[in-house]
Design a protein around this ligand. Structure first.
Ligand code: SAH
Length: 348
């Protein structure tokens, strides 16, 4: 375990076993939430820091690269203690800053268009590693727990959050702890390719996150061609799980739909989306696919995307066409990490 994996109560127990007063746990928890490494904790005695450093690494991860796009989007590469590298994207909007966070190193879901999955799953991230991405970027932007620079979080970096279920649930509890960074689950979007049993389980956890399904095609056979998970669960089963989530939590849900030229931007698809979602507490986010040369999948044109959006609107669906952000800095999932590795970036 790393220190950032500890809940407040676990930290208090640990501190007591180290022969220290329990209140020290609060100080350490606050320091961690402020994105500080153990060696940076100025209000902790040297002796206690040494005791902690005997047991734990100094921090969970480090920012090793920061790129800023023309549109202000920032991309971060983080190095973990074992040398693995993950990435994150910071999107700045008028209402606040949204950080896109990774939950695994790599991914085993195998979606045809996604760069995160090319090398398979390397390992799960621990709760503290997921949380620390937020904490170090918040600190980098000059924020702390009293003045947060990150208002929203999306679990849309590399990895499938529901394939790392227990660690993601603990991360949610750490992130929403009032004594820590204190981000409400309502300000977090959890995006899944559609692990139905975990979607159902999530509905009862007491963390009312915005649940987002990466659908990308409303037809089973077509969806199976680009998303292997579609062989395990039908579109209907997946949509039923979303409806159940709404029933249990009262939270509307979201559909991610990356437009692929000639594949999922057809009239037929629009009509099927209407069948699935008209009148439902559901919002559809369209984005143009970041083309993947290796797979010969091409994003729908700007014009085509706009036309598809208008079609959905006319059919009575709630829909947004998201602008592509950070395209010039390899903005999509796993792309920067892949580039870093392909260019011979030494992650160790
Ligand atoms: N595993 C989760 C979360 C990570 S992916 C999931 O599947 O939802 C975040 C979103 O980016 C998903 O909707 C994913 O399908 C999409 N995505 C991945 N590669 C993309 C690409 N090349 N272009 C557009 N969207 C992409």
């Amino acid at each position: 375990m790393i220190l950032a994996d500890y809940s407040f109560d676990e930290l208090r127990d640990l501190i007591v076993t180290l022969g220290e007063k329990p209140y020290r746990a609060g100080q350490i928890f606050g320091n961690l939430a402020n994105g500080k490494a153990i060696s940076d904790m100025s209000d902790i005695s040297k002796a206690l820091k040494e005791k902690l450093l005997e047991k734990f690494s100094d921090n969970a991860l480090e920012i090793i690269q920061e790129l800023t796009s023309k549109d202000g989007t920032k991309k971060f590469l983080y190095k973990l203690n074992d040398g693995n590298v993950i990435e994150g994207v910071l999107m700045c909007y008028t209402y606040g800053n949204t950080l896109c966070v990774s939950t695994q190193v790599g991914c085993r879901m195998g979606c045809a268009f996604c760069a995160s999955t090319l090398q398979g799953l390397i390992r799960n991230l621990t709760p503290g590693e997921i949380l620390s991405q937020i904490l170090v970027v918040n600190r980098r932007l000059g924020g702390d727990i009293n003045n947060r620079k990150i208002t929203n979080v999306v679990l849309m970096g590399s990895g499938e959050p529901l394939d790392n279920y227990q660690n993601v649930i603990k991360f949610l509890s750490l992130m929403s702890d009032k004594r820590g960074i204190n981000i409400s689950p309502r300000n977090l979007s959890l995006s899944t390719c559609g692990l139905v049993p975990e979607m159902l389980k999530l509905a009862g956890e007491g963390y009312p996150v915005n649940l987002t399904l990466s659908l990308h095609n409303p037809f089973d056979t077509k969806r199976q061609q680009i998303m292997p998970i579609a062989k395990a669960y039908t579109v209907q089963q997946t949509v039923d799980a979303l409806d159940y989530y709404f029933k249990q939590t009262g939270r509307r849900y979201y559909i991610e739909y990356s437009l692929i030229l000639g594949e999922n931007d057809t009239n037929e698809c629009a009509l099927e989306l209407k069948k699935l979602f008209a009148g439902k507490p559901c919002h559809i986010n369209l984005i143009r696919l970041n083309s993947v040369k290796e797979r010969n999948l091409i994003g729908t044109s700007d014009k085509g995307a706009k036309a598809f959006m208008e079609k959905l609107e006319k059919l009575g669906l709630s829909v947004t066409l998201r602008r592509k952000m950070g395209n010039d800095i390899e903005g999509a999932c796993g792309q920067l990490r892949r580039k870093f590795i392909q260019e011979g970036g030494d992650s160790n």
